[in-house]
Design a protein around this ligand. Structure first.
Ligand code: SF4
Ligand code: SF4
Length: 433
């Protein structure tokens, strides 16, 4: 996975090839569906506690009419605060399963090729696809950012770090859905660039499968798959912390979100599933499974006969930037690509041990931050100094913390400095200083 030559060159960490079918887990006993995101306008619940809901029924609606749907058939047992994988409070709807799936009435769009652009936009919104193209009827209600034209659509069919093997599969197992959806996106994007990022070994297959889009092959080196570094190569512009590529009309979509769009439009049913790669000592190798959105991770582990022992870590995400979860009821969301179980004897905890100035973090940082120094500024609350010395350029690859012999939480120090500095700047602008 990691290669280093003679101890001099930067180690590179690569995604691994995968094999094995995607299996589907049974529906869980309960789902917990987040209907808000920190810093964004919350969706409005359209169900009440005690109400019965069908699979695919609306449970919440956003101001721009994108819906969130139930992923099982059951009864709403709670509407209230929960936590996302970063531990930030979000509003959640909990549904306890009562029976096999009873699907809400479908609204299929059979012929994606013949459907007009407006029909596609309406259908995407109705089926909960987080589409950047909004129905004309909502134009007066859109924010200034939502009204900005889209100039570049980047579709990522690559995973970001090992052991994840989710997005790459949409060029193989789910290629038909993916190519139909890319054609629909091509229509929606009109004159905008549509760039599909693929592993280099699939480039020729992608060129045959996907029409009228740019194919952007990348290697399996994780730095080739990092969002910020990818955008730099595709757009020639660096979008560090504090900058939003949407302001320049650029959006990034995952291959999975895109592929589900065609499947949902054909069936007229909203998306209820998510693919995740699960890695655990109880498994001979990582497996990729399909689960219902909102499934508590506890249910995933039980279904795969994974026994958690006291103090084992449950990590959402990949090897380098995954986040440990304090609670096994944390649900799988649309952005959960993987679950890794790290047995307690293999957990190497972060520490506040002093930096020994070995220089490994500086050597490995792809954007040449003096990570050892900037980490210390952040550690001691000198956030402005940290930002002035480059923390805002961090692309959150996690390599510095991975190589640090003192186990310092270096990427987290960058994130901490950036978010604290942002808070300070917001306060200053609110006070009009
Ligand atoms: S996570 Fe570390 S190595 Fe990666 S860009 Fe940020 S500071 Fe550099
Ligand atoms: S890798 Fe860790 S110990 Fe080495 S210079 Fe960087 S912060 Fe210091």
């Amino acid at each position: 996975m990691a290669k280093r030559i003679l101890g001099f060159l930067k180690p590179n960490i690569e995604l691994q090839p995968w094999d094995g079918e995607v299996s589907t887990l049974d529906p869980p006993d309960r789902v917990i569906l987040s209907i808000s995101q920190p810093g964004q306008m919350p969706f409005k619940p359209v169900v009440e506690i005690g109400e019965s809901v069908k699979t695919g029924e609306f449970i919440a609606m956003s101001p721009s009419r994108t819906g969130i749907h139930s992923s099982i058939t059951g009864k709403v047992s709670a509407i209230g605060p929960g936590y996302n994988r970063e531990g930030r409070e979000v509003l959640c709807v909990t549904i306890d399963r009562e029976s096999d799936d009873d699907f809400a009435a479908p609204h299929p769009v059979q012929n994606l090729v013949a459907a007009s652009r407006d029909e596609l936009i309406e259908a995407f919104a109705e089926l909960g696809f987080a589409s950047p193209w909004k129905p004309r009827s909502l134009e007066s209600q859109l924010s200034e950012e939502e009204k900005l034209p889209i100039t570049t659509v980047v579709i990522k069919a690559v995973d970001e770090e090992p052991p994840l093997a989710v997005q790459r599969r949409f060029l193989t197992e789910f290629a038909e859905d993916f190519s139909e959806s890319v054609a629909a996106i091509r229509k929606l994007a009109q004159d905008a660039r549509v760039v599909v990022v693929v592993p280099e070994e699939f480039a020729s297959r992608a060129r045959t499968l996907l029409k009228d889009v740019e194919i952007f092959p990348v290697t399996n080196d994780i730095l080739d798959c990092n969002n910020t570094l990818l955008l730099l190569k595709i757009t020639r512009k660096f979008y560090p912390f504090h900058t939003d590529p949407r302001a320049d009309g650029i959006i990034i979509l995952s291959a999975e979100d895109v592929a589900f769009a065609a499947r949902c439009l054909h069936k007229g049913k909203p998306r209820t599933n998510k693919l995740i790669t699960v890695s655990a000592p109880d498994l001979p190798k990582p497996v990729t499974v399909r689960v219902r959105l909102g499934t508590p991770v506890r249910f995933v582990l039980d279904s795969l006969n994974i026994q958690l022992k006291s103090n084992d870590r449950v990590v959402f995400g990949g090897l380098l930037t995954g986040i440990a979860q304090p609670d096994i009821e944390t649900p799988i969301t649309r952005t959960t690509n993987g679950v890794i179980i790290i047995p307690k004897e293999k957990v190497i905890p972060f520490s506040d041990a002093p930096c020994i100035n070995c220089g490994r973090c500086v050597q490995i940082c792809p954007v040449n931050i003096q990570v050892n120094l900037v980490g210390r500024f952040s550690e001691f609350g000198l956030f402005e100094t940290a930002v002035k010395n480059g923390s805002g350029s961090c692309v959150e690859c996690g390599l510095c913390a991975y190589v640090c012999p003192s186990r310092r939480p270096l990427m987290q120090y960058m994130q901490f400095a950036n978010s604290e500095f942002e808070k300070i700047m917001n306060q200053v602008s609110q006070e009009g200083v």
